[in-house]
Design a protein around this ligand. Structure first.
Ligand SMILES: O=C(O)[C@H](O)COP(=O)(O)O
Ligand SMILES: [Mn+2]
Ligand SMILES: [Mn+2]
Length: 548
């Protein structure tokens, strides 16, 4: 793992790696592209330096290990690629293969849950959409069909409505299709048992709000929720009347005509989480997996056969049982730098803290070498982010400046969450404000890089803020029924992302090469290792810098 010195770029200059989460370089530059509309003089000035110092790279589809070019990028696959410098077949792709080859039904994880099929209940907890970021409906259905084929007599679905990776209000259609597909499962009593919006129930991440997970435990396991219905389609119709987005639907439980929940979790049942992505199912997995769990009162702890679709934390071995082995991501840049005695500082706020550490390090929690690495989490507010679009950008900026000035680190890495987290609210004005805030913070950080005589690399992990409305095939904005209100887009985009380099220590003869038009996020890794004054490991995707 020893790194050879770069022939031209000096070592031991302070290097900043700055990720603007959700900042795409979208070719559609109309009034709904918040990155384009935002006043961003600093980033505009970087772009004006031309293709030697400012370019874009792919951040979606196969370039980041996703199944097809129709798959938008996301923070998991984006930070995996940025940190590892390799194109790794990601969760969605691995599950597709396991289902196509049917290897999923002969694995140890399946064997762990199968004993519940004959006389007990198989519970499936899943994000209900085809967003392909955390889960994908066709995969969930195949798992249910496979269980029925393997003798499952009673199946209960506990679903989280999306409206974040897919258009808002699409929950109705997803629920209609699910109910229809469950009815087709011959010889199996298959029903929806509980649910709620993904930002209200169960799918918290990085321990930002355990109360979400507690609401999910109560609805999915205990059959206890503020809203009870006998019909899941009716449940969504009623709960959406209040105007809540699919992301924030109140928790609900489905009961029989006598008001008895149709699918509480009992001893000897099986519980499978059908999300392939880790961050938003780690907490609920701990609630099922750990006897000594104390992050909220579980009221009762049924002895179940618990499995994840994947293993969500390789260091914690969480969960112990899983249906499909997760991607194996080895010799990431974090590990290589630590092995060479190089010191890393990484910082973001809660909502993106695990992105810039856990995902960056190849789905590993913790340090490679604690004496060489410092990870700082700035607690995120627990508010709708369009009401506080600056989020904690200023605090992240201050921490990055302090780390640079401390001269204790060879590379300082920060992630600004707000273009993405505010972009997911669909609020255009707030997202523009978020992007402007980011630009101001970038300016402050680059001024410190100048002051210290260092170098910087600025990039993003996927698009989001670069398109805030739903569009037709001709990229024309779609409108609500009133014909004038644009239909908001809360999801990521397929846009490439910018990569900018610079700083006083960057040798004048070091520029981007012009022969990698299809470069992706995985090419950024070798690039930042070069800026630190080293040749990158040969197994990584090639650097964006012209070779010497
Ligand atoms: O989990 C989320 O917030 C979205 O589904 C994906 O967003 P991220 O990949 O930017 O975290
Ligand atoms: Mn992201
Ligand atoms: Mn996002």
């Amino acid at each position: 793992m020893e790194l050879a010195p770069h022939p031209v770029i000096p070592q031991k200059k302070p290097v900043l790696v700055c990720i603007l989460d959700g900042w795409g370089e979208n070719p559609v530059t109309d009034q709904y592209n918040a990155c384009h509309v935002a006043k961003s003089p600093t980033i505009d000035a970087l772009a004006a330096k031309g293709p030697g110092y400012y370019r874009s790279v792919l951040a979606h589809g196969p370039a980041v290990g996703l199944p097809t070019d129709g798959d938008m990028g996301n923070s998991e696959v984006g930070h995996n690629a940025l940190g590892a410098g390799k194109i790794i077949a990601q969760g969605a792709s691995l599950v597709d293969i396991a289902l196509e080859t049917k290897s999923v039904y002969s694995g140890a994880g399946w064997a762990h849950v199968k004993p519940a099929f004959a006389d007990n209940t198989l519970h499936v907890i899943t994000l209900l959409s085809s967003g392909g970021v955390h889960s994908r409906y066709d995969q969930v259905l195949k798992l249910c069909q496979g269980a029925v084929a393997d003798g499952c007599k009673k199946l209960r679905l506990h679903v989280l409505t999306d409206g974040r990776d897919v258009p808002d209000n699409s929950c109705h259609e997803y629920m209609r299709v699910l109910v229809e597909d469950l009815a087709k499962l011959e010889g199996c009593d298959a029903k929806v048992a509980s649910g709620g919006g993904r930002m209200k129930v169960t799918m918290d991440r990085y321990e930002a709000d355990w109360a979400m997970v507690e609401r999910g435990w109560k609805a999915h396991v205990l059959g206890d929720a503020p809203h009870k219905f006998t019909d899941p389609i009716e449940a969504l119709n009623k709960l959406k009347e209040g105007g809540d987005s699919d992301q924030y639907v109140e928790p609900f439980v489905i009961t029989d005509a006598d008001g008895k929940p149709v699918g509480t979790v009992e001893d000897d049942d099986a519980v499978v989480i059908a999300n392939f992505r880790a961050d938003r199912v780690v907490e609920i997995s701990k609630a099922f997996e750990y006897p000594d769990f104390n992050s909220f009162d579980r009221v009762r702890y049924p002895k179940v056969r618990f499995a994840g679709l994947m293993q969500y934390d390789g260091d914690l071995k969480l969960p112990a049982n899983y249906l499909v082995p997760p991607p194996l991501i080895e010799r990431t840049s974090g590990e290589v730098l630590a092995a060479n005695g190089l010191r890393t500082f990484a910082c973001s706020e809660t909502q993106k803290f695990g992105h810039v550490t856990f995902f960056w390090n190849g789905n590993r929690s913790g340090y490679f070498k604690e004496d060489l690495e410092t990870y700082v989490e700035i607690p995120s507010d627990n508010v709708p982010f369009n009401q506080a679009p600056l989020m904690k950008a200023r605090e992240i900026c201050a921490a990055g400046k302090e780390a640079l000035r401390s001269k204790k680190y060879d590379v300082v890495r920060v992630n600004f969450a707000n273009p993405d987290m505010v972009g997911h609210t669909g609020d255009l004005a707030a997202t523009i404000a978020a992007c402007e805030e980011c630009d101001a913070c970038v300016k402050e950080l680059l001024d410190v890089v100048d002051e210290l005589g260092g170098m910087f690399l600025l990039t993003a992990d996927h698009g989001n803020a670069d398109d805030m409305v739903q569009r037709n095939k001709k990229n024309e904005c779609l409108f609500e029924a009133d014909g004038t209100t644009p239909l908001p887009l809360t999801s990521h985009t397929l846009a490439p992302v910018p990569v900018a380099i610079g700083g006083p220590a960057l040798p004048a003869n070091i520029k981007f090469r012009d022969d990698l038009p299809k470069a992706g996020l995985a090419n950024v890794t070798a690039t930042y290792i070069n800026l630190m004054g080293y040749e990158a490991p040969a197994e990584m995707e090639p650097s964006l810098l012209a070779a010497f």
